[in-house]
Design a protein around this ligand. Structure first.
Ligand code: HAM
Length: 411
């Protein structure tokens, strides 16, 4: 019979992979708490237009990567490829204006039909933070500092470089785009196939082309900083001052344009060389105007997302030192009393491994393998005095204690 396979670009999370995801999410929740971000969870699918309008028809995500379908009610539905547009939609549909400034944290699975490779899947997971309300360099610096703190706590900041750019205000982008097109027109025949198409649809995206020949052409292209309005230049200069004040290292990269259309002013990415082609671990930026574009008020926003799979590839799982113990029986005749002991300890918040039916030697081996700190041995001799043997598996010290006193060993 044909063997059933997982869908290409999807993965089951199990054992170490599962634990790493949980570990990363726990750190992310703690960071959200430290910086005052509230949790939000939006549906896994939305009307297609939420993403089409937000990310731009010419973006790769909308043009090539969305999982969209028409449902039985004839609605065009899309599995979310990112969180930002969905969160802005939620802000509008729930009327969150009175909560501003509003800091929101979410995490979960996302879907993009991309070519799978190391660090790139079709179902992947992100940690995502959005700060809606004020538009000023102080907020942008705080958001970037939070991103650095998150990566540091996960243990991967040291492997990354923060690349920073400003896409300026709408006027900056417009002026710059015109100048860029004039420059690139002279090289139109030499550009890669994708870049030729982007020249008409979305010329800024040519700047982060991975094609070697495109890169040679781009080196001499006009730079966005020469087109900043004074407001945009001032915003960017202040952001850099604040980052320096907070001790955050960064590298200016004027070719950093990000793949989604909604960005303006600050754009940033934490990149690593440790993951091959998929080196962007965390990415984000400012998106003033997006909520308005989706039909809401003129509320500004900035945020970022980090790919959990990429973080998991880079980070180590800390050694688990739970208050954990194994309850092990010498003889099946003691199963009942061992079950009761295990149950009592769990009621006292001790993690207990109990494997009825497993022979003594094997159960002890399993306890060591599972990193249990202690073992409780239930045997004939000790039970005569209502006692058990209690062993510290790290120090190997052993003593006999009354069953009723067991709980105090874990305080
Ligand atoms: P993005 O650059 O499309 O931005 O994705 C952010 C991060 O998600 C990437 O840097 C990467 O770590 C991870 N990622 C993206 N696609 C995949 C994939 N196919 N497989 C594995 N990991 C992936 C956004 O999604 C924006 N919404 C970020 C944002 C939030 N901007 C403002 N607020």
């Amino acid at each position: 019979m044909e063997k059933i396979q997982p869908v290409r670009g999807t993965k089951d999370l199990f054992a170490e992979d599962y634990l790493k995801h949980e570990h990363i999410i726990a750190i992310a929740k703690n960071i959200a708490h430290l910086y005052g971000y509230q949790g939000i969870s939006t549906p896994i699918f939305e009307f297609g237009n939420v993403f089409k309008r937000s990310l731009g028809e010419a973006s790769d995500v909308v043009g090539k990567e969305m999982y969209s379908f028409v449902d039985k009610g004839n609605e065009e539905i899309t599995l979310r490829p990112e969180f930002t547009a969905a969160i802005c939609r939620a802000y509008i549909s729930n009327g969150f204006q009175h909560l501003l400034p509003l800091k929101l944290f979410t995490h979960g699975p996302l879907f993009r039909y991309e070519r799978p490779q190391k660090g790139r899947q079709r179902q992947f997971h992100q940690l995502n933070y959005e700060f809606l309300g004020p538009s000023c360099p102080e907020v942008d610096a705080e958001v970037i500092a939070m991103a650095a703190n998150l990566l540091d706590k996960i243990g991967v900041l040291k492997d990354t470089i923060l690349e920073l750019n400003s896409l300026g205000c709408t006027q900056t982008r417009k002026n710059y785009q015109e100048a860029l097109v004039v420059y690139l027109k002279d090289f139109e025949n030499e550009l890669s196939y994708d870049s030729k198409i982007r020249l008409a649809k979305n010329p800024l995206r040519i700047l982060d082309s991975k094609d070697e020949n495109d890169k040679k052409i781009i080196i001499n292209a006009p730079k966005i900083n020469n087109y900043f309005t004074s407001e945009a230049a001032d915003f960017f200069a202040k952001l850099q001052e604040y980052l320096t004040l907070l001790g955050i290292n960064f590298k200016i990269n004027h070719s950093l344009v990000r793949g989604l259309d909604y960005y303006n002013h600050t754009a940033f990415e934490f990149v690593t060389t440790a993951l091959g082609a998929q080196g962007t671990v965390l990415a984000g930026g400012r998106y003033n105007g997006l909520i308005k574009l989706l039909g809401g008020d003129d509320t500004s926003g900035i945020g970022f997302a980090a790919g959990i799979e990429r973080l998991a590839l880079l980070c180590e799982l800390p050694e688990q030192k739970l208050r954990s113990c194994a309850v092990i029986i010498f003889d099946n005749a003691h199963t009942n009393i061992a079950m009761k002991i295990a149950n009592e300890l769990r009621l006292k918040n001790v993690a207990v491994q109990f494997e009825p039916g497993i022979k003594f030697d094997k159960a002890l081996k399993n306890a060591v393998k599972a990193n249990c700190q202690f073992a409780v041995f239930v045997g004939e001799e000790e039970l005569k005095t209502n006692s058990v043997k209690f062993k510290n598996l790290d120090t190997r010290l052993e003593k006999t204690i009354k069953i009723e006193d067991l709980q105090y060993e874990f305080c």
